[in-house]
Structures are given as C-alpha cells and as structure tokens.
Design a protein around this ligand. Sequence first.
Ligand code: HEC
Ligand code: HEC
Ligand code: HEC
Ligand code: HEC
Ligand code: HEC
Length: 391
Amino acid sequence: MVIMTTSFFSCNNSKSEQYVEKKITPLTNHWEVAIPNQEIPKGLSSLSAVQCGACHQQHYQEWKLSTHANAWTDLQFQAELKKESSPFMCINCHIPLQNQQEYIIKGLINGDIYQPVKEKNPHFDKDLQQEGINCSSCHVRNNVVIGPTGTKKAPHKTVKDTKHLSEQLCISCHNAVAIITPTLACTFQTGDEWKAGPFYGKKNCISCHMEETNREIVAGYGERKSRFHYFAGSGIPKRKGLETKMLNGLEFYPQKVKANYKQNEVFNYTLKLKNENAGHKVPTGDPERFFIIQFELKDAQGEVIAANKYRIGEVWEWYPEAKKLSDNNINPGEERAFNFINELKVKGKYILTIKVTKHRMSEETAKYNKLGSDYPLFISIFEKEYKFSVN
Ligand code: HEC
Ligand code: HEC
Ligand code: HEC
Ligand code: HEC
Ligand code: HEC
C-alpha cells in the first residue's frame, strides 16, 4: 500500500507538484508481529490463565511464581515501556497474544518503527494483558489447545503438536539480535549459545527448565507424564516476597584455608567455579545481568583490611551508539578461577569472607528507572567464611 501526500516546493521553478511517498512497509521480523487474535477454544469460556487454573491447579500455582506471569506487570518493564524510545514491538514477547494488545499493527510508515500504523483491536482483553506470558500464549493456536498428546479426556478441543511445544517455542522469544535504532539494541542469544554448547542434542530448554514428573494434571483424572511450570531461572524475584524458583548454573570449588599462617607469608586463595548446569552462558539473555564475586579480609576487630571484587557480565555503552564493550559471561562447561592475594604482615586473627551474588541490574539502573527500594535487584548464591591466625 502506498499513501501519497502532495507537497509544493516554492523553490521549484517548474511549479510542478512533487510527491513525497508515504509507503506503508510490512513488518519483517517475527517479534514485530503478535500471535493473531485467538477465539476461545471449544469447551472453554475464556483464554485466561485463571480459567485454565480452575482445572489445572498445580500448573497455575507454579506459573504464577514464574517470571513469565510477571512479564507485563514487572515495574522495570513498565518503566521502560513508558519511555519514548521504546518502540511498538517491545510488547510482542511480553504479552504475545494479539488479544492482549490494544492495537493491531498493520505496518510501518516508511519503515519507521516509531510510526506504526495502528488499528483498534476489537478483541482486546485488559485482564488477559495483566497475565503476561500466560497459558494461552504457549498453548492456544488456531483456536485450539495444543498439548503433547492430544488427549481425548480434555473438555476443550485439544490437538497434539510436539513441534510447536518444543525448544523452538522458547527460542522464538529468547533469541533476538537486532540493532533497532543506533541507541537501541536487542540482544538475547540464549538459543544460539545453547546450539553452540555441549548440551545441544542432549538437553534442551524444556528438559532443564520444565522438569519432568508424574502427576495428575487435573484432579481425579489419574497420573500421567507432566512437567513443572515454574520456569525456574536466575531466581531473582520480580517482586518482594514472590517465591520464584531458582536454578544454579555455577558449581563452586573453594580452596581450603590453613588454620595458621606465618607472619609475612603470602596468602594466596583461589575460588574455582564452573558453569556445569546451564545449557548456555551464565549469565544469559538480558545484557544488564551480572554476577559479583567479593573477597574481604577482616581483622579481629572486624575492620576490612583488604578486599577484591570481580564482575561477570557484559558491559555496554548506549550513547551515542549501542555498543558492547566487553563480555566475560561464562560459557557452558567453562571453569574459571578467581584469586585473592594478600601479604600477611601483621600478627593476629583474621576472617576471610567470600560472597557471590547474582544481579538483575545495577543500582544505578534501578534508580534511573525509579523502581523503588522494594524492587529485588540481586540474590546471594554462595557465602563462605574462613578463620585463621597469623603467628
Ligand atoms: C474444565 C476443566 C479444564 C479447563 C478449564 C482447562 N482444562 Fe486443560 N485439560 C482438562 C482435562 C480434564 C485434561 C485431560 C487430563 C488428562 O489427560 O489427564 C486437560 C488437558 C490439557 C492439556 C494436555 C493436552 C495433551 O495433549 O495432553 C493441556 C496442554 C491443557 N489441558 C491446557 C489447558 C489450557 C491452556 C487451558 C486454559 C486455556 C485449559 N487447559 C483449561 C481440563 C481443563
Ligand atoms: C512469548 C515469549 C516467550 C516464550 C514463548 C518463552 N519465554 Fe521465557 N521469558 C520471556 C520473557 C519476556 C521473560 C522475562 C520477563 C521479565 O523479566 O519481565 C522470560 C523469562 C524466562 C525465564 C526466567 C528468567 C529469570 O531468571 O528471570 C526463564 C527460565 C524462561 N523464560 C524460560 C523459558 C522456556 C524454557 C521457554 C519455553 C518452554 C520460554 N521461556 C518461552 C519470553 C518468553
Ligand atoms: C543443561 C540445562 C539447561 C539448558 C539446556 C538450558 N538452560 Fe537455561 N538455565 C539453566 C540454569 C542452570 C540456569 C541458571 C543460571 C544461573 O543463573 O546460575 C538457567 C538460566 C536461564 C535463564 C535466566 C537468565 C540467567 O542469566 O540466569 C533463562 C532466560 C534461560 N535459562 C533460558 C533458556 C532457554 C531459552 C534455553 C533453550 C535455548 C535454555 N535456557 C536451556 C539450565 C539450562
Ligand atoms: C512458556 C510456555 C508455556 C506456558 C506459559 C505454559 N505452558 Fe504448559 N506446557 C508448555 C510445554 C512446552 C509443555 C509440553 C512439555 C512436553 O513436551 O512434555 C507444556 C505442557 C502442559 C500440559 C501437559 C501436561 C504436562 O504437565 O506436561 C498442561 C496440562 C499444561 N502445559 C498446562 C498449562 C497451564 C494451565 C498453563 C498456565 C497456568 C501453562 N501450561 C503455561 C509450555 C508452556
Ligand atoms: C524477541 C522477544 C523480545 C522483545 C521484542 C522484547 N523483549 Fe524484553 N525480554 C525478552 C526476554 C526473553 C527477556 C528475559 C531475558 C532473560 O531473562 O534472559 C526479556 C526481559 C526484559 C526485561 C527484564 C530484564 C531483567 O533484567 O529482568 C525488560 C525490562 C524488558 N525485557 C524490556 C523490553 C523492552 C523495553 C523491549 C523493547 C525495546 C523489549 N523488552 C522487547 C524478550 C523480548
């Protein structure tokens, strides 16, 4: 479709009209398009997770604790969405169903992501929007419920599609690389990291993040193969008090510490860690995530006499142009050693403390986005304390 607008150029001697073309360009990337409006599958009366949860009670309770259920209401997401620099397609992985979105995007004027052609969505459902990535986001396509077996026991129309319910579904949102504008880059490469790593062909997103079990999926229907729906990940909750389940990619191999050291001896300590359990880098996904490894040596009075800090994560510069400056994320299977060295000059008693924390974002970013002091920014995943004497 092409819309023509006429503009007259006074400096143009020929007095002829010039046409400035306003082309409506189609959306090209998959994340620019919502999943089309779905009708309620036969046998149900709503697309909402609340309704699915009336029968699938455990799935619902698990999903409620997940980051997926908070992908829309999350304070950080809402803060970012309000910025003028956030384009229309930000919502497509956070509220993926067209039914969750107020507008249908028909295309872009001259390919400009800040000029989407919008049309009111007659099927917009505000309650559904609040649910973020809900059951229907993953399970409803072509107006039917998609499942792993296509069971005839269900009261709703059910179709088997294991290709749809595969890691491809996860990767459709968890892998996107694009420079959207000079200062806006999309970099989720969890899918690519997994494909390049040692778990490819052995374990996938679903086998690690949706652990298998045997249980009733609806009370009274008998046990069957099932998968937990916690979508456990970093474990950093989106709200204070939310009991988000955690996975740990890293295993720690701390070195032993002697009880006694000699004066002027060099204390040389190594903490080894290995990304044993994650099928991708640690951290992965959002470039703002990082880990901090902190060593502190305290004297008998509790005064810190030496400290050392390491950061694992990416560093980006956003202005004037989005650019990755460094990346020391840990590859799957990779082992790394972190050192703390100190010359023990003074006799006495000492305590070495080691802390490893996982961070969603820095305090500066949280402040900048006015997330408030209640917003959980990090969790502690490893703490150790050693006491020793220098004689
Ligand atoms: C009125 C109760 C009820 C409601 C509401 C309900 N389900 Fe079900 N569902 C069932 C029953 C019963 C089964 C079959 C149980 C079994 O196989 O043991 C089932 C099976 C399933 C399966 C497995 C299908 C397969 O291929 O094995 C999926 C997936 C599913 N439901 C998803 C949903 C979703 C998503 C919603 C909400 C949009 C929903 N259900 C709402 C009762 C319900
Ligand atoms: C419709 C897009 C979409 C699909 C499909 C999807 N995810 Fe997500 N996922 C997200 C978004 C968006 C978030 C982050 C929400 C937030 O932080 O507010 C997320 C968060 C997560 C997290 C938690 C990250 C953390 O630690 O906080 C895990 C784990 C995860 N997804 C795994 C999966 C797996 C496994 C699948 C496939 C079964 C999957 N996702 C499918 C969009 C999706
Ligand atoms: C071998 C098991 C395994 C596989 C395969 C795997 N993951 Fe993970 N994933 C983990 C573990 C363990 C963590 C926790 C890492 C940590 O924070 O220590 C994690 C963390 C995450 C997170 C949270 C972000 C973060 O940095 O903690 C997301 C999102 C995620 N995985 C998505 C995926 C997706 C998508 C796939 C498939 C492409 C996938 N994972 C494959 C084990 C796995
Ligand atoms: C991020 C995508 C995603 C979301 C969100 C999601 N599921 Fe699933 N669900 C899956 C996948 C993938 C499978 C199939 C795993 C397999 O192949 O065994 C599955 C399987 C199921 C099954 C079949 C039995 C089982 O436990 O494996 C039921 C029932 C089900 N889901 C219900 C729900 C309900 C109810 C909700 C919302 C409260 C929900 N799902 C949310 C991805 C999702
Ligand atoms: C291709 C799908 C996709 C699109 C498009 C998308 N996101 Fe996300 N978003 C994700 C996934 C996946 C995660 C979770 C990453 C992880 O935990 O590894 C996420 C997480 C987030 C988070 C939480 C970060 C954190 O540390 O927990 C915010 C905020 C966010 N996105 C904002 C945005 C904004 C703003 C846009 C538009 C510029 C956007 N998203 C577009 C997939 C997407």
